[in-house]
Write a protein that binds this ligand. Structure first.
Ligand code: ADP
Ligand code: MG
Ligand code: MG
Length: 252
């Protein structure tokens, strides 16, 4: 069982402080959601965890099972078991989806213990069936000409194939119609288990109708200002964020 621990995290972009002391612990087996108004730093948190160079950590720590994540290069973070579904995944020309997935799986395995091609294809086919993806998606170049919905499904295919310890899914629900949302949720729910922890970042409560979080956190002005169970997401859906602002005396 893994633990991602974020302590007093401060992050600046171009010298401007965006995150102002975030504390969060995600363990294997747990599903967390971070909600909050636009522009409060949710995506900044996911970018900082994955090591985007634009995001400067000015204070605090991120560790995975006690290992200093901030000392790791981006690809080392992935190899250590972190997964980040990018809000805007980029195209990788000349690499098919299947090739990318297989090398990502093998990057997390010991040398000499690479997954066999047969086993890999069997797993990928099964996951693609579950996600109701066209089989020809496997042979297309990664993200090249993928529609918004195809990209999201493909991110969940990556998640299911790579089997990370901890995943951060930033707005995995944005731009999905209800059928695609259900399929994507089915894939994420299939990941549930003691060896998998998940942080879902979402502006809307809709996703959480399909994936019930164990813990819900509200981010405002660069901090987590409130935490609770799934009932917190329901209250936010019904009442918005104003009651929290009032409770905390936050001005817009
Ligand atoms: P959220 O995901 O909660 O909507 P973001 O983390 O994307 O919020 O943004 C938080 C703040 O940081 C915003 O004020 C945004 O304008 C700023 N910001 C985010 N990314 C960048 C960037 N690459 N360059 C400059 N400012 C940024
Ligand atoms: Mg935003
Ligand atoms: Mg965002």
């Amino acid at each position: 069982q893994s633990t991602l621990t974020i302590k007093d995290l401060h992050v600046a972009i171009d010298g401007k402080e965006i995150l102002k002391g975030v504390n969060l612990e995600i363990k294997g087996g747990e599903f967390h959601a971070i909600m909050g108004p636009n522009g409060t730093g949710k995506s900044t948190l996911s970018s900082a965890i994955m090591g985007h160079p634009k995001y400067e950590i000015t204070q605090g720590s991120i560790t995975l099972d006690g290992e200093d994540v901030l000392e790791m290069e981006v690809d080392e973070r992935a190899r250590a078991g972190l997964f980040l579904a990018m809000q805007y995944p980029s195209e990788i020309t000349g690499v098919t989806n299947a090739e990318f997935l297989r090398s990502a799986v093998n990057a997390r395995r010991e040398e000499g213990d690479e997954i066999s091609l047969m086993k890999f294809i069997r797993q990928m086919d099964g996951n693609m069936d579950l996600l109701e993806m066209d089989q020809d998606m496997a042979q297309r170049y990664l993200n090249e000409g993928f529609s918004g919905g195809e990209k999201k499904r493909n991110e969940i295919l990556q998640l299911m194939t790579i089997q990370p310890k901890i995943a951060i899914l930033d707005e995995i629900d944005s731009g999905l119609d209800i059928d695609a949302l259900k399929v994507v949720s089915k894939g994420i729910n299939k990941m549930r288990g003691e060896d998998f922890g998940c942080l879902m970042i979402t502006h809307y409560q809709r996703l959480l109708n399909y994936i019930t979080p164990d813990h819900v956190h509200v981010m405002m002005q660069g901090k987590i200002v409130k935490s609770g169970g799934s009932e917190l997401a329901e209250r936010l859906e019904a009442e918005g964020y104003d009651w929290i602002k009032q409770e905390l005396g936050i001005e817009d």
